[in-house]
Design a protein around this ligand. Structure first.
Ligand SMILES: NC(=O)c1ccc[n+]([C@@H]2O[C@H](COP(=O)([O-])OP(=O)(O)OC[C@H]3O[C@@H](n4cnc5c(N)ncnc54)[C@H](O)[C@@H]3O)[C@@H](O)[C@H]2O)c1
Length: 269
């Protein structure tokens, strides 16, 4: 086998000696992403609007806490200044988890709801590409992951603006992958399906939840660790030849149609 072939796969999963900035490190997906990075030996700079959330996660994973509003460009610049100060040339990764829905029908949406929705989903992602990725590129290596959404690839009722912003975030990840690839920086997105975070399901109606679960090929909703595990893979050298993908982590829901079968009942497939 050629000397260039690296067959130590468990070693390739390791993030030992590498620093990763995680934006949005609350109890849901972001907290688990931090745990996964720490489990793989990486050091986390846990950033959240809530100083308490950032601190709790940093304490749990032996990382560094920082409070910042990532919709503010200067504060995002301060995050990456801090990452360089803490990690130096070990600064290796960025995971952007921040995002939330402002649910409403398009006909009811306003200039204010547009600003709020796009700030919550897209503005910080753009700042990551402007202020974070160039610093990884300067080191000649790195990996970034954007936590996107199924709503960004398939329309979900009352999530038109959210889906539009997530679709833009998915595209931004691909554009960044093309732009920063030659500098050794990989950029990928996750198409996140229905996740039950620790805050509980946004729709507590169990009959709705049962309907959702029946529609998912794997017959369960996801959990934050499902997203964290794939994020860790994409960050790591195991995914060293993977860039610019929108990887669905959704139990298979994005590849099935909701249309009923038109095949005659007596016809065997
Ligand atoms: N939970 C789901 O079912 C689901 C489905 C699809 C996509 N997603 C996406 O996954 C991501 C995480 O979702 P979650 O359910 O874990 O959300 P969450 O609300 O639990 O976590 C988001 C974190 O971001 C922080 N945050 C919010 N605004 C911020 C700001 N301006 N600056 C810094 N931090 C800020 C919050 O304090 C919170 O800790 C989001 O991008 C969301 O759109 C979630």
């Amino acid at each position: 086998m050629s000397e260039n072939v690296e067959t130590n796969y468990s070693q390739r999963l390791s993030l030992a000696g590498r620093g990763v900035v995680v934006l949005g490190t609350g109890a849901g997906i972001g907290g688990q992403v931090c745990r996964a990075i720490a489990d793989a030996g990486g050091r986390v700079l846990a950033v959240d609007l809530s100083a308490d959330a950032a601190q709790a996660t940093a304490d749990a994973v032996g990382g560094i806490a920082m409070s910042a509003d990532v919709t503010d460009r200067d504060q995002v610049a301060a995050v990456f200044d801090r990452a360089e100060a803490e990690f130096g040339d070990a600064f290796y990764g960025i995971v952007d988890v921040v995002g939330a829905t402002v649910p409403e029908m398009l006909a009811d949406s306003t200039a204010e709801s547009y600003d709020k929705q796009f700030d919550l989903v897209l503005r910080h992602a753009v700042y990551v590409t402007q202020l974070g990725l160039p610093r990884l590129a300067a080191r000649g290596r790195g990996s970034a992951v954007f936590i996107g959404s199924l709503a960004g690839v398939a329309q979900t009722r009352r999530l038109g603006l959210y889906g539009a912003a997530k679709a833009a975030e998915h595209h931004l990840a691909k554009a960044a992958a093309a732009e920063f690839g030659p500098a050794g920086v990989r950029v990928n997105g996750i198409v996140t399906g229905r996740i039950l975070a620790s805050g509980g399901d946004p729709n507590p109606d169990t009959s709705v939840l049962e309907t959702v679960t029946r529609a998912i090929p794997l017959r369960r909703t996801g959990f934050p660790d499902d997203i964290a595990a794939v994020t860790l893979f994409l960050l790591s050298d195991l995914a060293g030849y993977v860039t610019g993908v929108e990887l669905p982590v959704d139990g298979g829901i994005s590849m099935v149609t909701p249309l009923p079968s038109t095949q005659p009942a007596n016809r065997q497939q």
